[in-house]
Design a protein around this ligand. Structure first.
Ligand code: FE
Length: 184
């Protein structure tokens, strides 16, 4: 590869390219492609739905938390006590967000993690509601509200991602492995 071509690819790799699909069926979906040096290409779809569309696919309780930044009652979520091995996904779009390996007992009443699977899976936003200064955590793929992140978590990150159980679904690792063995 010539030097000029190599530089061109390196420049491309530093920018995020967004391709829009203007057809009527998928007008609310854009595809984000992250080009990586070394020929590895990663793609991830970003989802944009109208609030009416979200209401159709979420339960009223999910809609309130995920789309209206609500908070479930502490100790009420079905994943708070979950200790199974697996992956926690966004309940709105299915993106994989947290691993059971980073889940810990915070005593807060909400599922808590000290890290995300990958930093690009969430976006962090300043939240000054209720006269508090907090950092909101939203899904990077669909923009849904997940919870907040605090700086009082355990090592190695010191972070505590305090996430509403209702904002998550859980994929059990053993069931996934079994399905793969069965060729499903
Ligand atoms: Fe999502």
């Amino acid at each position: 590869m010539t030097d000029a071509l190599s530089i061109h690819f390196q420049l491309l790799a530093r920018f995020r390219i967004i391709i829009y699909f203007p057809d009527s069926k998928n007008s609310n979906i854009s595809e984000t492609t992250n080009l990586c040096i070394g020929g590895l290409e990663l793609t991830q779809k970003e989802i944009e739905k109208s609030e009416e569309e979200w209401k159709k696919v979420l339960t009223p309780e999910q809609y309130h938390v995920l789309r209206q930044k609500g908070t479930e009652r502490p100790f009420s979520g079905n994943l708070y006590y979950n200790k199974e091995k697996g992956v926690y996904t966004c309940a709105a779009c299915g993106q994989e967000l947290f691993s059971s390996k980073t889940k810990f007992e915070s005593g807060s009443g909400w599922p808590s993690f000290y890290d995300v699977i990958s930093s690009d899976r969430v976006r962090l936003k300043e939240d000054t509601s209720y006269f508090m200064n907090r950092i909101e955590v939203v899904c990077s793929r669909c923009g849904s509200h997940l919870g907040h992140v605090f700086e009082d978590g355990p090592a190695p990150t010191g972070k505590r991602y305090c996430i509403n159980s209702i904002s998550l679904n859980f994929k059990n690792e053993e069931e996934k492995g079994k399905k793969n063995k069965e060729g499903k």
